[in-house]
Design a protein around this ligand. Structure first.
Ligand code: FES
Length: 117
């Protein structure tokens, strides 16, 4: 896998906005898989980014219940680690997780090869 460069990093919103709304979604275009959403989550301690579509039946994880370090799919309850995207309860497969950094109060996500849609 290629090392991500500055073109792969996207400034999405302010940390204050993520804290206020707790989840936010952004449209991206993957070079192979096309349009999809990346969701930001605030769990009270940190900000995380996952693909918004649950791999089971595409429930919107941004509508799910966020607990410390995890989100629960709103449709059938699959539990995902917010840091890694791993499906904690093995209900389904893992979801893509994206590197997040906060620079000067703004949230940046690394999505290699993708573009904003
Ligand atoms: S759609 Fe997420 S657990 Fe079924």
């Amino acid at each position: 896998m290629a090392t991500p460069n500055e073109r792969d990093r996207f400034e999405l919103t302010s940390l204050d906005e993520v804290k206020r709304r707790r989840t936010l979604t952004f449209d991206f275009r993957h070079p192979r898989f096309g349009l999809h959403e990346i969701a930001l989550f605030w769990d009270g301690e940190g900000v995380y980014a996952l693909d918004n579509a649950c791999p089971h039946m595409f429930g919107a994880l941004s509508d799910g219940m966020v607990r410390r370090g995890e989100v629960h799919c709103p449709l059938h309850g699959a539990q995902f680690d917010l840091r890694t995207g791993k499906c904690i309860d093995l209900y389904t497969i893992d979801v893509a997780a994206y590197a997040v950094e906060v620079r000067d109060g703004m949230v940046w996500v690394t999505a290699p090869g993708e573009t904003r849609a």
